[in-house]
Design a protein around this ligand. Sequence first.
Ligand SMILES: C[S@@+](CC[C@H](N)C(=O)[O-])C[C@H]1O[C@@H](n2cnc3c(N)ncnc32)[C@H](O)[C@@H]1O
Length: 269
Amino acid sequence: MDGKLQRRVPRYGWDRAAEFYNSSWQAGLLPAHDQLLSMADPQAGQVVLDIAAGTGLVTSRLAVAVGPTGRVLGTDISDRMVGLATAGNDHQNVFFERMGAEELSVEDNVFDLSVCALGLMYVPNTTAAIAEMYRVTKPGGRAAISVWGPRNKCGWADLFPIVDAHVTSEVCPMFFHLGGEQVLENALVRAGFGYIQVDRISTEISFDNDNHALEAAFLGGPVAMAYNRFDGPTRAGVHAEYLASISAYKYGTKYRIPGEFVTAVATKS
Ligand SMILES: C[S@@+](CC[C@H](N)C(=O)[O-])C[C@H]1O[C@@H](n2cnc3c(N)ncnc32)[C@H](O)[C@@H]1O
């Protein structure tokens, strides 16, 4: 898939997913958000950038941390995400703007802290995105990135091949790559960052029943655009395949699906 198409798929895919995002993922992503905020350690008065901010779940917590003397800019490639984040924002010190992670329309050396929570896996050129984080962070400032761990640590990972079998190109070809050993560290070093600290946490993503698990997989996430184009029988087929792929994690009617999050924090010297 060429880079332009790889950007269109997440942009319009996430537009579709936006309204289902919080009900699908807010609870499950909480451990990653907590880990990112604890490692990033935002301080009162800081100017902070949240890249791929989605509905603003992390942005609003950053706003509380930096307080009224600080400022937070939340950015995302999806218009719908930016619209929902703006509509739900009740902090005076937070602004949202549509912007791709690989080309941030902000000046050099502006932010005390730049974060990206669970967004980098969808960016076609992660090197460019990390270089942008470096460029916009002040010397002495910090960057913090969270990604999902590798495929074998994420019990829902068959979702991608199940959907890919019905589309002409892979939905998220590099999704699990960033969570591999040393991958984030090496990428941060290549961008110029130092003092890198990485932490991995094992977690479980819970869903109340089949419908909740299916909503999160097919409506609230990155395969929403591909799924939207499937006809009824194809949808029924991918539902059955996906539920079979997570059946080992079913307890009664509920699911507890294992996952891993990796967070790295680094300093621009
Ligand atoms: C899983 S959501 C994460 C949202 C939020 N950071 C959170 O942790 O709740 C991924 C987000 O990445 C955004 N995204 C995907 N590709 C992007 C890109 N190239 N540039 C900026 N944002 C992008 C999507 O629109 C979506 O809102």
